[in-house]
Write a protein that binds this ligand. Structure first.
Ligand SMILES: Nc1nc2c(c(=O)[nH]1)N[C@H]1C(S)=C(S)[C@@H](COP(=O)(O)O)O[C@H]1N2
Ligand SMILES: [Mo]
Length: 212
């Protein structure tokens, strides 16, 4: 886990050094996972609740199997090192959106700060709308995983999960919690909102892991 963490940090650094963030020129059908179709809009998927969280009321709690649990307020969160990543977004309801540009804090930065114990193997995300989702820790340590506060250069709107949302591009988008409120490191896996309701636990769009 440690090696993977360091390698991911390194790749983040390399990415940030690269100038500009142009769209990826991938002239291949392989870019669209099986069963997906491309959309140019940005549909909204939620539980019918779009909580309004003022920056002054926002906190992010990171706890569980960690040596240094923390509750970050908006200023403390934004004072952490910032990254940018452009990635494709795949919703299980079959739409995909290319080249989403997200700015925020790399998951690895938070990982480093809270110092997970060797027992930490899963991550359980909670949100201000009552949503939750779970992801194996190793998937969260990829170099494209971040807690985003900006989309395409502007603050993430309330409908799209602002003030901050989790982005895990290699998994179906339900694994990325909008309105994120808590990041809990666990020794044992615990199913999230959709995972408890029949969605796949692994959620790899390339393997079409939609439902369990
Ligand atoms: N808190 C919260 N996060 C969530 C959801 C939700 O209902 N609540 N929906 C998920 C699903 S199914 C998808 S496809 C994406 C949708 O993000 P969007 O509304 O910005 O398109 O958010 C995911 N994260
Ligand atoms: Mo979704």
């Amino acid at each position: 886990m440690k090696d993977q963490f360091i390698a991911a940090k390194q790749r983040w650094a390399e990415k940030q050094k690269a100038a500009g963030f142009q769209s990826r020129a991938v002239a291949s059908q392989d870019r669209l996972p099986p069963g997906q179709r491309l959309t140019t809009g940005f549909p909204v998927l939620d539980l019918g609740i779009q909580p309004e969280i003022a920056h002054t009321a926002w906190t992010l709690t990171i706890d569980g199997e960690v040596d240094a649990p923390v509750e970050l307020d908006w200023a403390a969160f934004n004072a952490l090192g910032q990254v940018t990543d452009v990635s494709d977004f795949h919703c299980v309801t079959t739409w995909s959106k290319y080249d989403c540009r997200w700015d925020g804090v790399a998951f690895t930065t938070l990982y480093e700060q809270v110092r997970p114990k060797p027992t930490a193997r899963f991550v359980y995300f909670t949100s201000y709308d009552g949503y939750s989702t779970n992801v194996p820790l190793e998937k969260c340590l990829d170099d494209d995983v971040l807690i985003a506060t900006r989309f395409d250069g502007a603050p993430i709107t309330r409908e799209h999960g602002g003030p901050a949302r989790v982005i895990i591009p290699k998994l179906y988008a339900w694994k990325g919690a909008k309105f994120v409120k808590g990041i809990h490191f666990l020794a044992e896996d615990r199913l999230g909102f959709w995972e408890e309701r029949g969605y796949s636990n692994s959620a790899d769009p390339w393997k079409e892991e939609r439902y369990a």
